[in-house]
Ligand binder design. Structure first.
Ligand SMILES: Nc1ncnc2c1ncn2[C@@H]1O[C@H](COP(=O)(O)OP(=O)(O)O)[C@@H](O)[C@H]1O
Ligand SMILES: [Mg+2]
Length: 225
């Protein structure tokens, strides 16, 4: 199983105040499965995704990724795990202004010091309809193109798990659907595991399973399809 979370809670402390952002969350996602997580703002979705991606440590509970207990890993090992196994997509593309599209993707290999550099940037960018944009800078791209670059960047190192936090938030509905279709195809055709947090109910038909976050608790969603 690429990701298994068992009884995960996350408490944020602010002086004397404690806030339970995740409350006993258990879930898993299989290879080839695309799971959506919906829920109101402030319900804990981003905290959930950051915890799933080993960016935040849970207060209690365990996270297993690729057969490893993430809690047993050092910070350095967690960084390596993220760079090797996880692709992240965020609300906005977060591209580096002074790197062209191809170099946005190469940067991941540099960060990972990955000597298995496959050099598949061009192929991936063409597959994502960006073949004519490979040498362009972010300021020369449309919002939809920028988000497609961000998704290509999340996939270039062939991760097992894709974590996407409201990837359509900055796009109109047609462009948003294109982006989620790209993610769904990648997950289904290449056997990756995907978890997407979204507000956009119109893309839920592209997902295999829909969960709902309410006050830090994750449950099966009711009647959304
Ligand atoms: N680093 C933090 N410190 C304190 N509280 C936080 C922190 N991150 C998130 N929270 C709180 O946890 C709750 C859930 O936040 P978040 O996971 O961002 O929700 P969502 O993504 O569903 O909008 C919110 O009440 C938020 O204020
Ligand atoms: Mg959020």
């Amino acid at each position: 199983m690429p990701l298994t979370m068992t009884h995960v809670s996350k408490v944020f402390k602010d002086g004397p105040h404690e806030f339970k952002a995740l409350d006993d969350v258990s879930m898993d996602v299989k290879s080839g499965e695309f799971v959506a997580v919906i829920g109101p703002s402030g319900s804990g979705k981003s905290t959930f995704l950051s915890t799933a991606g080993a960016l935040l440590s849970p207060t209690t509970g365990t996270i297993e990724m690729d057969g490893k207990n993430v809690g047993d890993l050092s910070n350095k090992e967690k960084t390596t795990l993220r760079l090797d196994k996880i692709g992240f997509v965020f609300q906005t593309a977060n591209l580096i202004p002074y790197l062209n599209v191809t170099d946005q993707l190469r940067m991941i290999y540099v960060a990972a010091k990955n000597d298995q550099h496959t050099g598949n940037e061009a192929e991936l960018l063409k597959h994502f309809g960006l073949g004519h944009r490979m040498k362009n800078f972010p300021s020369e791209l449309s919002g939809g193109e920028r988000q497609r670059v961000a998704i290509a960047r999340a996939l270039v190192h062939d991760p097992e798990l894709i974590l996407a936090d409201e990837p359509t938030a900055s796009l109109d509905s047609a462009r948003g659907r294109d982006v989620v279709e790209l993610l769904a195809n990648e997950i289904h055709d290449r056997g990756k595991a995907g978890v997407m947090v979204t507000h956009d109910e119109r893309v839920l038909d592209l997902c295999d399973r829909v969960l709902e976050m309410k006050d830090g608790q994750l449950m099966e969603a009711e009647a959304v399809h």
